[in-house]
Write a protein that binds this ligand. Structure first.
Ligand SMILES: Nc1nc2c(ncn2[C@@H]2O[C@H](COP(=O)(O)OP(=O)(O)O)[C@@H](O)[C@H]2O)c(=O)[nH]1
Ligand SMILES: [Mg+2]
Length: 429
């Protein structure tokens, strides 16, 4: 993963390291709590990596289309008829904002061996070897909605073997998500799921009933296998249909419920894989959820740091942590912001300390003169409320695209309410 090597992430790593150092001077129940928040921050920001996804499904089930639908871009070849080299291996699918590591099991069930494959190794063998080599974060089982009643026993066998190979090699059972693709093709065909508001309500209801029936059928099949039952997270009907012009731009976007699917997957991923999924899919709800988690963690850390009994120490780490928060939220939104730009954002919110510390190196020397006895200035409540407010403003600005002026207003109102009701600020938002 490229992100943590960026200079910006090195600065964030440095900030986190210095915060941890300060914790040596914080008494224990508090220090332990803050350490936990910090390890949360580390996992989300510094240890971020591509999620590893195994796609199981027959040729034509829509595996490549699902990848493209996640990215909203043509990153995988769709509709290739022939089994290809490279199948049965983990491969990185790269988009503008991140990479997914995919193991595409195309061809296992069909017995057609790709031309250049090692003759001694069957496609299933090579897939099993791959999941032993690198643990999948999730198994996605794809079936065409119009074919769920077809015999899928062979596919279920493959799933069982995958689950047991992963368990043997890694000691964990990967979550399984059943996906019925091509739901747009269910009757009534002319009813567009992706434009539900414009459809005849009765016909839309009919189509949705068909989707539910397909989901039920697929769920029953997956649950009929004892070895899969415990791993099955959910079954979801989707449409991944996207069509492109010659020049690569999108001609028609008929994706349906991709956001929901991304949300289901997100919850099953380890923390390290979540940021990449949120960036790649650009699903707003996921971006918001991550940004809120980040804000709460940083706010709690800042509050704790304000208790460190060293006069000048607290302002710089608190401001650095707040700058890291802004950088982190911008990154979630798909942007890249260095700490200086984050400092400018902080200054735009009217946070004076931020403006001063934006030039951190200079500020480090200056701060003793600018804020004599600063240790008494920042109380835990102020540090907490200020950080929550900065997080709210950054989310509004970077994720929802409000103006800087609106973000500033939100900063002021959130800070005021977080100071009076810190508990409420943590639980809702
Ligand atoms: N109508 C419709 N077509 C789809 C959908 N998903 C995939 N397709 C089409 O089904 C065909 C096979 O899809 P592909 O992604 O290549 O399947 P794969 O072999 O599993 O990788 C392609 O022509 C896709 O355009 C869908 O949800 N709806
Ligand atoms: Mg394919």
């Amino acid at each position: 993963m490229a992100a943590p090597n960026e200079p910006t992430f090195q600065e964030i790593a440095e900030t986190i390291r210095r915060l941890e150092e300060m914790l040596d001077r914080v008494p224990d129940p508090l220090a332990r709590d803050i350490r936990q928040k910090i390890s949360h921050l580390r996992a989300l920001l510094l240890e971020q990596r591509s999620p590893n996804l195994v796609l199981v499904g027959r040729r034509g089930a829509g595996k490549s289309s699902l990848i493209n639908a996640f990215f909203g871009a043509r990153v995988a070849e769709v509709g290739h008829v022939k089994a290809q080299t490279g199948q049965g291996r983990w491969f990185d699918v790269q988009g503008e904002l991140g990479t997914l590591s995919i193991l595409d099991t195309r061809g296992i069930q069909e017995g057609s061996v790709p031309e250049e494959a090692d003759a001694a190794e069957t496609p299933l063998d090579s897939i099993l070897a791959e999941v032993r080599r690198k643990a999948p974060d999730a198994l996605l089982f794809l079936v065409k909605a119009t074919e769920v009643d077809a015999a899928i026993d062979a596919d279920l066998d493959v799933l069982e073997q995958l689950v047991s190979a992963v368990e043997q090699a890694h000691g964990l059972r990967p979550p399984l998500i059943g996906i019925a693709t091509h739901c747009d093709l269910l009757e009534p065909k002319r009813t567009d799921l992706h434009r539900s508001a414009e459809q005849d309500p009765a016909e839309l209801q009919e189509k949705l009933r068909h989707v539910e029936a397909v989901e039920r059928q697929l769920r029953e099949k997956l649950r009929s296998r004892e070895a899969l039952r415990g791993e099955l997270v959910t079954v979801l009907g989707v449409s991944t249909y996207l069509s492109w012009r010659q020049d690569g731009t999108i001609r028609s976007d008929e994706r349906w419920r991709l956001g929901e699917l991304a949300q289901v997957l997100f919850r099953e991923l380890p923390e390290q894989g979540r940021l990449v999924l949120a960036r790649v899919t650009r699903v707003r709800a996921l971006q918001e959820e991550l940004a809120i988690a980040l804000t709460r963690a940083v706010a709690s850390v800042c509050m704790g740091i304000a208790f460190v009994p060293i006069p000048v120490a607290d302002i710089i780490p608190i401001t650095s942590a707040q700058l890291s928060l802004i950088t982190g939220i911008a990154w979630i939104s798909g942007r890249q912001l260095d700490l200086k730009a984050s400092g400018e954002f902080l200054a735009a919110l009217g946070v004076n300390v931020g403006a001063a510390v934006a030039l951190r190196e200079a500020a480090r020397g200056l701060i003793k003169f600018v804020f004599p006895g600063a240790g008494n200035v920042i109380s835990g409540a102020v540090a907490f409320a200020g950080t929550m407010a900065i997080g709210s403003a950054a989310r509004a600005y970077f994720l929802r695209g409000v103006s800087a002026e609106e973000a500033h207003k939100l900063y002021l109102s959130t800070r005021a309410s977080a100071e009076t009701h810190p508990d409420r600020a943590l639980s809702e938002d």
